[in-house]
Design a protein around this ligand. Structure first.
Ligand code: AP5
Length: 190
């Protein structure tokens, strides 16, 4: 079983690489961003509250995303494993994830982080914003807020996994195929 945390700042390529990794290793892909956008599209109270924060580039509260992930792990725990994309995003979420996994008799294999500089991230997100319809992709100020939120609250999550000896970092700039190959090497060495 592989239980992977795919990590990196907004626009690093987590979603792009998750699609390829989940196909190769037959994993269940859990993206908290996609789950939240699903709640927004369905017009749920959770979605309405999350939209306000997402549109400002801020994180939604830990308990909201932990609750969503909890039920998904229970639903899919008998599969080949998970790829977590966009989660955990705070140290509190990482601690909660360890507990949720343990309560299902499974554990995180490790984290693979995609390293991409801010200029490249901004370029990628603005380009995607032309067609994605994502309200948080629309302007540079908002993207800067998302990167700042990442630097302040999310980057320390890497230390959490490094401290457990479960951390690999790879270059997230290059062709999608090159990055995929390096990600697979990193996953298999975890
Ligand atoms: P989320 O949906 O997780 O967004 P994100 O982390 O900001 O990441 P993105 O989806 O922007 O980028 P990505 O790394 O997946 O890159 P992608 O593959 O799309 O979160 C959105 C919001 O939800 C958050 O701001 C927060 O408010 C909330 N949220 C979500 N999870 C939360 C949590 N756990 N706790 C609290 N709040 C949470 O690639 C980007 C673009 O680049 C694409 O157009 C792609 O085609 C292109 N691209 C990909 N790879 C390459 C490459 N190698 N070269 C050139 N272009 C490339």
């Amino acid at each position: 079983m592989i239980n992977l945390v795919l990590f990196g700042p907004p626009g690093a390529g987590k979603g792009t690489q998750s699609d390829k990794i989940k196909a190769k290793y037959e994993l269940t892909h859990l993206s908290t961003g996609d789950l939240l956008r699903g709640e927004i599209a369905a017009g749920t109270p959770l979605g309405l509250k999350a939209k306000e924060l997402m549109d400002q580039g801020q994180l939604v509260p830990d308990e909201v995303v932990i609750g969503m992930i909890d039920s998904k792990i229970k639903d899919h725990r008998s599969g080949n494993g998970f790829i977590f994309d966009g989660f955990p995003r705070t140290v509190a979420q990482a601690e909660a994830l360890d507990q949720l996994m343990a309560s299902n008799d499974i554990s995180i294999s490790g984290m693979v982080a995609l390293e991409v500089d801010e200029e490249e991230l901004t370029k990628r997100i603005l380009k995607r914003g032309e067609t994605s319809g994502r309200t948080d992709d629309q302007n540079e100020d908002l993207i800067r807020n998302r990167v700042q939120e990442y630097n302040n609250k999310t980057a320390p999550v890497a230390n959490f996994y490094e401290g457990q000896g479960k951390f690999k970092s790879i270059n997230g700039v290059g062709t999608i195929e090159e990055i995929f190959e390096n990600a697979c090497t990193a996953i298999e060495s975890l």
